[in-house]
Every structure is written in C-alpha cells, then in structure tokens.
Design a protein around this ligand. Sequence first.
Ligand code: 26Q
Length: 815
Amino acid sequence: MTIERMSVAEIKQSIIEKLEGNFGCEVSDATQGQLYQAIATTVREEVLRRRTASRGERKRQRAKKLYYLSAEFLVGRAMHNNMVSLVNEPNYMQALSELGVDKRLLFEQEPEPGLGNGGLGRLAACFLDSLTTLELPAMGCTIRYEYGLFKQKIVDGFQVEMPDNWLEHGNMWEIARPDQAVEVRFGGYVEEVQDSGKMYFRLQNYSTILAVPYDMPVLGYDTNMVNMLRTWAAKSPKDIDMQSFNRGQYARAMEERELCEIISKVLYPGDNHYQGKELRLKQQYFLSSASVQYAVRDFEKTYGPNWKIFPDKVAIHVNDTHPGMAIPELMRVLIDEKGLNWEEAEDITRRTFAYTNHTVMAEALEKWPEDMVRLQIPRIYMILQEMNRRLCEKLWSAYPGQWERIGHMAIIAYGQVHMANLCVSYSHTVNGVSQIHADILRKSTFNDFYLMRPNKFLGITNGITHRRWLIQSNPGLSSLIDEAIGDAWRKDCSLLTDIKPFANDAAFQQKFAAVKRANKEYLAEILKARQGVEINPDTIFDVQAKRLHEYKRQLMNALSILMLYNRIVDDPSFTCEPRTYLFGAKAAPGYYRAKLIIKLINAISQLVAKHPRASKMIKVVFMENYCVSLAEALIPAADVSEQLSTAGKEASGTGNMKFMMNGAITIGTLDGANIEIMQAAGRENIYIFGLNAEEVEQGYSTYRSSEIYETNPAIRRALEQLIDGTLCPENPRMFQDIYHALLFGDGGGMADPYFVLKDLPSYARAQKQLGEDYAKREQWLSRAIMNTATSGIFASDRTISEYNELIWHLPKLKL
Ligand code: 26Q
C-alpha cells in the first residue's frame, strides 16, 4: 500500500482551511501559535494515515515485538522530524515559504519534551527511530513526566533552574489510551494462602495507582511503519474519592489524588548519579510494572496462555538498571497471576530480558535500601529474596568459600538490593555501549559474572539517527552530499563513504566550507535571539556541549582557556587563530561543584571580554539551556568537538558521533566511542591527547597533582587565579572549592581524581596544534570532510541491526 505524499498545493490548502475552521483567521493575521496548530494538525493527519496503513500488521503476522523500557526518552521536537520521515520535508518547506511563514519561529512554538537528562535518554529516542525505519515491531516505554528536565537560566553567571511545564498547552503528538490503563500496587503486606496443597501469595492492604498510557507515534523514514512511544501517567484510581467528597472531605480526596499523581510528576535531574530516593524507586516500579503487565496482556490476546512461547514473541530490553524491576515483575505476573511455577517462570524471564549498561562509575550504580524495597513493593521483595537465594546457591558451588566475591555478586547483600547484579544474572545478554566500555565490563565491573558466562557479554557500540542529526538539522550539508553522490545515503548511511573521493576536491571543499559558514551564521542568529550574545562566524567554533560532570572535564577546557588568556595578556605580540569557545551544559541542581564550574566558565568569559587584545582573539560563551533543539542548531555549526572525559569514564558518548557526522574535528581522549571515531576517521583526522584508560588506572596510586602545580608555572598561575580575585573580584574565595579539589582532594579522597592537571599540558599542546592546523584551509576542510565520510558506522541503524541480530531476533514486518 502506498500513500501519496501531500503536494505543496494540498499542504497550503490544508493549512488555510485549518486556520479558517479552527480560528477563523487567515495566514496573514494568525498568531505563531495558531500557525503551529494548523501546520502540526496537517502533519499529524499524514502521520495517522501511515499508522492506519500499518496498524494490526504485527498481530496478523504474529511477529515478535520488542519492549524497550527506559526511564528516559529524550525525543526532541516532533513536527519537523515527522516532515522528514514522511519524505515530504521539501514540500512542507516550499508551502511554508509560499505562505510567508517564518520557519524558525514556527518550529520554536512546539514545546520540547524534555523526558531525559542526556545520553541515555537520547539514545533511547535514536533507537526507536531506527527500529521503526528498519520496520522492526517495537514499543518504547517510559514515564509521562509532567515536568521534564528543568530549564536552565544563567543569572549573574550562576545556573538557576526553572520548571519545565511542557504539557501546559497540550501535546499535539500524543494519543491518550485510557482503555489500556493498568493498575500498579504499592505497599501492603503479602499473605500466604494454601489452596489444595498449593501455596499462593496475595497482596493485602495495598494502595493502587492507575497507569494510563499516552502514545506518541514514531515514524519510520520512507515507510508506512509506525511504532509507539508509550508514556505512562500516574492517576488516582478513584479520580476524586466520591465517598469522602460527599462527607465534605473534599480537601482530603484531592490530597489523596495528588499523592498518587506525584509518581509521574517530575524527572529526576541527576545524570550518571544515583540517589536512593523513595519516589524514584516508585517511579521505576511504576514504569516496570505497567509495561510488563501490558506486554503480558498483549501477548495473551494474540497467543492465549501459551507461556512457553513468550520469549519467542516478546523481547524486553532494560535501558540501564532503572527499569530493572521489570524482571521480578514478570516473575510475579507469571507466578501469581498466571499460575506458573518458579522454574517455568524463571526460564521464561531469563529468555525474555536483555540489559544494557551505560556507566562504570560507582556513584551511578543503583543500590536500593532493602527496607525501602520491602515496604514499597513487598511481593517483589520476596521474589528478589528467592532469586538471590538461588543465585547465591549457584555461586557457592562455583566459588566455594569466597564470601567476599559472592557478596559482591549477590542481588541482596549488606542491606541493599543491587540492581546491576539483578539485571546481569537474570538477562540472557548484557551489552556495553562501546568497545572499551564492554571490555571494562568484562574485565572489571562484571568480571565475576563474565568468567561464568563469557558469551553473555556483548559490546555493541552506540549510534545516532542520521535523520535527525544530519538530514533534519543540516539540510545544507545534506543537499551537498546528494549533489555529490546521490541520495541513497539517506536510507543507507554507510554510503557516506562515497564522499571520501571529494575530500580533496577543491570545488566540493568550497561548498562544504560555505555550508559550515551558513550554519555558523544561523547559530549566531539563534544565540542573539536566545540570549543576546553576538558571536563571529569568522572564528573557529569550538564546542563542548554535554551534561556538566567532573569526569567530562569542562574544567580542563576552562583552565586551558584561562592559560591562553594569560599568554595573550603577557605577550603583546602573541597571535592565534580567533576562536569562539561555546559551552552548553546543565548541572544537576544538587551538584555544587558542577554548578561552580558553570560560574567559573562565565567568570572567564567576562575576564576575557574585558581585555582589549584578548577579546579580539577569543570569546567564551556559555549557552543557556542546552537541549535537543539547541543541539540541532549548534552541532552543524561546530568546527571543533571537545570530548575530554578522563579515559575509562565515558561509556561511549554520542554527542561525539553527531559532531563528527556534521564535519567537526574531534579533540579528545582515548575513551568511549572516541577510540572508534579515531579508527574510522583515521589517526590524522582527530586530535588525541592525555592518558589512556590503563594509565589512569595505574595513576590512582601514584599521581600527585601538587607535583604538576609545583613544576608547571602556567598551570600554577591559573590555579592561583581561582583564589586571588582575578576571576571574581567581589568574592576572591568564590572558586576555593575547585582549587582545593584539584590540589588537596575532598572527603578523604585523592586530589584531582579526574586527572585534570595531569592531562592539561598535553591538552593545551593539542589545542595549539589544532589552532595552527585550522589556518591550513584545504587540509582542514579535507579532514573535516573525511570525518563526515567515515561517520556512517555511527548511524543507529547499524547499532539496531546488530542488537537485532545478536539479541532480539525481531522479524522485519512485511508492509
Ligand atoms: C539513577 C537513579 C536515580 C536517579 C537518577 C539515575 C540516573 C539517571 C540518568 C542515572 C544515570 C542516568 C544517565 C546516564 C547516562 O546518560 N549515561 C550515558 O549513556 C550514554 C548512552 O549510552 C553514553 O553514551 C554515555 O557515555 C553515558 O554517560
């Protein structure tokens, strides 16, 4: 079945009719909001026609379905992306131009769903995009947070958080499914019931929360395939408790309702950091239970109570341990509700689940207090205990007498439920997100499990969807690529290698440079509009955009800029290629040092701006509220991609891939996917500096940051400036904490545990070289083009094909 694309005339007609019918106005007198409504409704109708065309096919074909469970899905805006997936973007753009609509203002009308913190949530969104384009049946499952990740303002150089009320004006892209609501139970106690010799478990005195699904359709590119992102909202089962309402206890009824609905109220803003908050545990079980119950119900509808084939028809993937309670939840449903015995349920569960780990940092590994789990989800707690008992029994025979090792591998130990151990021991596959990360999982984090079942551990490197991150966000470069090699790369991103021969083609280089230049102008326009700053497109755009975290080392970048500033101030004859340093980063609201680093970047920005000569060569800009839509304008404009994590700490990184694809050159450490970027692009097309992961590991016992301070005068001076009033005359003590952490450490820990000072000299050298190389125009352009040309393997289509081949085994739907 083929569906005709709307022509330019039809699109215009539809928009005009909607403005007339819904608002009684014409294009010329419509507000931006009315224009958005009318245009989005037109796109939505086209989306829903595809949904109708593919609807029911999965069940008819009895095809296996994937549930991708993730506490975060950072999908970004939908309208423009849907135009691209409909392969009708040129017609829409033409129609909008003919109607005289300002496209930037139009797209900015759409609120961005901020249902994620960073990499993990954005990866889930890229995956669902690729699953759909590859015509694989899947459903993304997450929480419909009423408030997404906070919006960031910078006030006097400090981050200030504002609530993100993204649903305030409704959401054009979701469909409520109250008919598919499920009940999730919390609290109470477990009663054991004997019935004709069999023992049953019944939860008593629990409270029920209703999980109501809202589905957001996800389109495949150039196909009728539509998958759903299911977002679960928490509702009170008795919308308002009528009984107490009648007795006049209106306030109490409302209160009860509020208490239920708080579960899906707000996304926790911590990234790569675990906090044992009770509400967070409730969120996780809420998502896990609702999704598993739905998966079981949907299976039963098609296949009946034929539980043995459940793993052949259902795959459940847990995106990090956050939805890991789905594992004991499936056990619970199969045993308590479907009457299976433990062994049957366990076998099905093991063959159903797979788990991807996204971090090896100790502070991010989830460990819930045993008592909290017991009180909140008592039946799940019982199941976890039994899982733990059986696991430990096996471990005793594998590792007799090795108590410490067993304690380290147990699901429950020392009063805590260890989510990673649960996920590893009850999944058939454990995946790492880059090659080095998978190696670290095998050799260190999960080594004890790896030795028992080496084949369980995979390393499938992350990817990004080139549809959002190249076709949609960089139309200039996309058309240039079409011109050179045709447009087949749009469906098969690996074909980007066909532009390799153009890397040294002078005419292509000129056009490539013109596209980059236009993208830089566009970014300049946006930053002017967003925060009133002016940046010069004739300078190098050097970008570090990612969550703020000490291991990502924005601080190293900042100190290196400060050192460069000092050189300029000291030497009136010093010159360098003019550069604009762009930072985008949100800090977790409770992460004091991360917030102080933001203040530091802003202080350096002001210091540089005040100096007549320095300000001609460098400018530092902290971009407010880094988010998906800002990334879409920023990444195509970047010349330099900063990927500075301490080696061994960044599991993969995915921003690095987006920058590469858009022709930025990476300066980075041998960490995460940077290593694979180097292998793909070639050693000459990337700037690598600093310690490698092994050297970092060895450095923990030998490294003394004070030695660098004592022997390197430039570093010493920059550090002194943190506390001598240079940066913050009104409060010279402002950056004391950073100074102290770098030189003395805190809380009994080592000084400079992220090796900032250690890697700083080698970073500064690489930066100097980069600046000189940028001036060699042809060579730089050739290397930038080589980055785009070799970025195809970082398409999430490749990632998903590998996941499917090695983990899920989903059939491609026949449409
Ligand atoms: C856990 C418990 C309680 C509250 C919050 C959390 C929590 C939330 C988000 C823990 C971790 C995260 C996010 C982690 C994350 O984004 N990791 C990144 O995942 C990317 C995709 O695989 C990788 O590319 C990055 O290297 C990794 O840092």
